[in-house]
Structures are given as C-alpha cells and as structure tokens.
Design a protein around this ligand. Structure first.
Ligand code: SAM
Length: 236
C-alpha cells in the first residue's frame, strides 16, 4: 500500500495558474466589485467568522494588532474598540474604502498592500496577527508565515480563520452575485489542507495552541465544518 502523508507539500488549487501578480490583480478586481454588497448580501461564512473571532478568538485588549485582508472592516471595527493599535492591510481599494468609512480612529491605519510583497511593518512590532478568510486567496503559505513571525514579538500570537478545506474540496469557493450585471463571480482561490497550514506555521517558528472547526446551527451533522480556526504562538 502506498501511503501519502505529506499533504503540506502539495498544492491543491481550484485555480490552475501559478499565483502571480495577475492573480492578485484578479482577486483585487473581484473584491472591488464585491465591496458595495459584501456586508449586505447573505453570507454565512462572513457571519460565522465574526461570531467566532469575538467569542473564541485571542485575547486582544491593549494589543498592537496586524490584520491581514481586512476587507470592509467587519472585524477591524471590533479590534479597534479593544486593541491599542490596529494596522489593517488589504489589496482591494474598494474594500478599503468601505473599511475606512466604517472605522475612523487615530490608532487604526488602513494600508493598501499586496500580502505577496514584504509587509510594511517593523520587525517584532506586533503582539498579534489576525487573518480572516484571506489565506484562501494566497497560493504559497510559507512566505505569509515567515512575515507573521518577523512582525510578531517572541510570544506574539497569530489567529487564522479560513473556509474549512473539507468545504473547499466539495467545491465551496468565495463568490458573489454582482447586482449590477447579475453575474456570479468566483474569486480566484486555493485549497490548503490543515497540515499545510500547521506545518508551514511550525516551519516559521510557531507552536499550535488551538484548532477549531465550526458550523452554525441548525446544520446537519453530515455537513463538513464551515470554518477552520488556528491559534499559534511565536516560540522561536
Ligand atoms: C473574504 S474577504 C475577508 C475580509 C475580512 N477579513 C472579513 O473577514 O470579512 C478577503 C479579503 O482579503 C483581501 N485579499 C485577498 N488577497 C490579498 C492579497 N494578496 N493581499 C492583500 N489582501 C488580499 C481581499 O481584498 C479581501 O478584502
């Protein structure tokens, strides 16, 4: 019997091309189109993510936080109310405009930035990095976790919340209906297995502290979890 135990070395993509600048551009363009309705259209994944972060997320009071892919600021707003500082990065101008309209405070900064490029953050400056529903749009996780380790102080935490890979393997992918055209738009996405998340983080110097698999009520037991959450601490 042949055994395959290193899924972390495999890229399962729902998108055939390599992730390059044009992929990011397509992701940004899709979110620019989605920005106006992201908060108002039905979206169980968005809503469950907000609840889980607030009820089962990391301790945030007084922390310096870096938020990856802040989108329309759904979570930035809550972070801003509790954290010492929030630096929120996103590549989509449209999503950032919505976030800026929602959250305006001196201790919160929004920065338009592609996460594939080195992050505009000083080494060791952050207590916490949060990334919600963003890594599905990034093909190569290793540079993401290396940047997380670089910007966090030792002992700093990382909280990730992602569409569960079991859902992705059943065909789930970030998408929306563009109300101006009626088009259903699928945002380029990549499927990462749980071992890929965990082993990439361990390689970058993190220790796993908690893993969560979440589903809203009422749902049938047979349905895979909707969200995967991972909490790490920077230990080296
Ligand atoms: C599904 S939205 C999630 C937004 C927010 N975190 C939330 O939970 O509602 C994904 C966000 O990630 C951003 N994003 C995707 N790829 C990115 C990249 N390479 N660099 C920066 N932001 C990116 C998108 O622009 C979008 O705003």
């Amino acid at each position: 019997m042949r055994i395959r135990d290193d899924f972390s070395a495999t890229r399962h993509t729902t998108f055939s091309a390599e992730h390059d600048a044009s992929t990011t551009q397509r992701v940004a363009q899709a979110y620019d189109r989605w920005a106006k309705t992201y908060d108002s259209q039905d979206n169980h994944t968005r809503d469950l993510d907000a609840v889980i972060l607030r009820t089962h997320g990391p301790s945030i009071r007084g922390r310096a936080v870096l938020e990856l892919g802040c989108g329309t600021g759904k979570n930035t707003e809550w972070l801003a109310a509790n954290c010492r500082t929030v630096t929120a990065l996103d590549v989509s101008e449209g999503m950032l405009a919505a976030a800026g309209a929602r959250v305006s405070a001196a201790h919160v900064s929004f920065v338009r930035h592609d996460l594939l490029n080195p992050w505009p953050v000083t080494d060791g400056a952050m207590d916490l990095v949060v990334g919600n529903l963003v890594l599905e749009h990034i093909q190569d996780l290793a540079p993401m976790f290396r940047e997380c380790a670089r910007v966090l102080r030792r002992g700093g935490k990382m909280f990730l919340s992602e569409l569960h890979p079991a859902r992705q393997l059943r065909g789930a992918q970030a998408h929306f209906t563009d109300v101006s055209t009626g088009d259903v738009v699928y945002v380029p996405a990549f499927t990462h297995t749980i071992s890929e998340y965990v082993n990439s983080a361990i390689s970058a110097g993190f220790t796993l502290r908690h893993m969560g698999e979440w589903l809203e009520e009422p749902q049938l037991q047979q349905v895979p979890p909707r969200l995967l959450t991972l909490q790490f601490v920077r230990t080296t």
